[in-house]
Write a protein that binds this ligand. Structure first.
Ligand SMILES: [Ca+2]
Ligand SMILES: [Ca+2]
Length: 91
């Protein structure tokens, strides 16, 4: 419960968890062999099924956790400002 989406069980939420979930959804017969606890872990959005929606939900979780460090120093506003300066200069 505390590690929602941590499918590999290593305590971290990363791309390997997403890959693992993708594989399991693609090979549903593997999911049938899992314990109820493991299945609960795969059911990221807690709707009782393990399917593409859980892949989406895990994607969202991954994006949220990685968006904390800002990787976009140049915002759209900055770009617009730079463009305006270029165009707006009287010749
Ligand atoms: Ca993991
Ligand atoms: Ca689900």
């Amino acid at each position: 419960m505390s590690h929602s989406g941590d499918i590999s069980g290593d305590g971290k939420l990363d791309r390997s968890d997403l890959d693992l979930l993708r594989q399991l959804v693609a090979h549903h017969e593997l999911i049938d062999q899992l314990s109820p606890e493991q299945r609960a872990l795969l059911d990221v959005n807690h709707d009782g099924n393990i399917d593409e929606k859980d892949i989406d939900a895990l994607c969202q979780l991954l994006m949220k956790s990685s968006s904390s460090d800002k990787q976009f120093p140049e915002t759209a506003q900055d770009r617009l400002h730079a463009l305006r300066q270029k165009i707006g200069k009287p010749s």
